[in-house]
Write a protein that binds this ligand. Structure first.
Ligand code: SAH
Length: 418
């Protein structure tokens, strides 16, 4: 690290130590005491404290401040940010009594997340920070080579956005930082939706490379943060099954799976997505890789088309399904499962005997077991047998924190269908 930057960091730290002391003196810490009956989940490591778990509070919280979480009898459990407007009233940032929450805290947590990515070999394009699983609740940072996309999904994290941006600048000297906070979940925290540059403006259409293929990623207008990095390892599986195949990919977005299939030798590939923008981008990506003679994309409703084409008796060697999350609420899980069953029945019926079904689910409320049960039911209804090829999850740059089930959200299953 150049010494000028080091000097700057030391200066920043000194400034914040001073600010910290000042804040401690003039704004006494808010304390949240858990009810006696509900203390153990949080005490055992879960970072969320729900409103109905709080017995009493000391100090007044407007939202966004740092609070100490204590057991009913006053033992220190952790320190986190508080928002009385949110159902998740406190999200714990540290369980170390001696660790203050200040700009240095965010710098070192982001640095730790980066060190971890480097250790496991995810550096060029990766999810740099995956919220709770990186001990930075409600913060998402995706790294697309020299560009970064940030989401601050809770008020207490939003407050630290400038510190987070400065940490990225210091660690990476990025070419650009973009904020994709245009997500409804922010409204549950009393915040508005917003997107835009957090650095000097730049062309938000950036080029990335994955598995030897090139993709244009629209950081400003693409879905979520622009690109689904979580499937980056799973896409490589197509190398084993796509050679010489006629491939159908439903819910293709910008054609990532489809272009991998073509790259690994598919004879023909048809990708479907309801979004005209996604299809236009998929076509541009096909041209970018010289695969436009193999890959075609159509803007259609996949639910309708899968139904119709299976009735028409169309047949493929590989069918890929990667729909969006079907629900975010527990009450809607049965409906989501019915949706998965329906599209997977259609997918299986569209396969030649011995063809491969490549099917995903990113609904975090649907557990891996429940997803597999649903696929099994679909096979029974479609009168097919499945031979499992592989069952995987998200790539490890989206760490799964054991015990925090919503960090284990992606299911990726390949089966031979006979
Ligand atoms: N496979 C992609 C990600 C897919 S995200 C990748 O790895 O990059 C889910 C996609 O489903 C989105 O692009 C969304 O536009 C599309 N989608 C949602 N509803 C749809 C529908 N009814 N028919 C077709 N596509 C749909």
């Amino acid at each position: 690290m150049p010494s000028a930057i080091q000097g700057q960091i030391v200066l920043n730290f000194n400034l914040f130590i001073f600010l910290d002391l000042w804040l401690d003196y003039f704004c006494p810490m808010i304390s949240v005491f858990l009810k006696k009956t509900v203390g153990s989940r949080v005490a055992l490591g879960h970072p969320w404290v729900f409103g109905n778990e709080i017995g009493r509070m000391e100090g007044e919280a407007q939202g966004g401040e740092i609070a100490e979480v204590k057991s009913h009898d006053g033992k220190f459990i952790g320190r986190g940010y508080i928002n009385p407007k949110s159902q998740i009233t406190v999200r714990i940032l540290t369980r170390d009594k001696n660790e203050p929450i200040n700009e240095g805290f965010f710098f070192s947590r982001i640095l730790q997340a980066w060190e971890y990515r480097k250790k496991i070999g995810y550096t060029r394009n990766c999810r740099l920070v995956f919220g709770e699983a990186d001990f930075l609740p409600a913060l998402i940072i995706d790294k697309f080579d020299r560009y970064f996309v940030i989401q601050t999904l809770a008020l207490g994290m939003e407050v630290w956005k400038p510190a987070i941006v400065r940490a990225l600048e210091e660690i990476f000297q990025p070419s650009g930082i973009y904020e994709r906070n245009d997500v409804p979940v922010r409204e549950l925290e009393g915040m508005t939706q917003i997107k835009g540059f957090l650095s000097a403006p730049f062309d938000p259409l950036v080029l990335i490379e994955e598995n030897g293929l090139r993709f244009e990623v629209d950081l400003a207008n693409g879905q979520k943060t622009g690109y689904f990095l979580d499937q980056q390892d799973n896409r490589r599986w197509l190398a084993h099954i796509a050679g010489g195949a006629d491939v159908l990919g439903a819910f293709c977005y910008t054609g990532t799976f489809e272009l991998h299939a073509a790259h690994y030798g598919a004879r023909s590939v048809l990708g479907l997505d309801i979004s005209e923008n996604a299809v236009a981008q998929a076509n541009r990506n096909a041209r970018l890789n010289g695969l436009e003679s193999v890959c075609r994309f159509e803007a259609v409703n996949a639910f309708d088309v899968l139904k119709q084409w299976s009735r028409d008796g169309r047949q493929y060697d590989v069918v890929m399904l990667d729909p969006p999350a079907f629900t975010k609420s527990r009450e809607q899980v049965p409906k989501a499962l019915a949706g998965y069953k329906e599209i997977n029945i259609r997918g299986m019926k569209l396969l030649k005997k011995g063809g491969f079904l490549v099917t995903s689910s990113c609904t975090n409320l649907v557990s891996p077991e429940l997803f597999l049960q649903t696929i099994d039911q679909a096979a029974r209804d479609a009168k097919k047998r499945l031979r499992q090829v592989t069952f995987q999850s998200q790539s490890p740059d989206h760490p799964i924190l054991r015990g925090l089930e919503n960090t284990h959200y992606l299911k990726f299953f390949i089966a031979e269908v006979c």
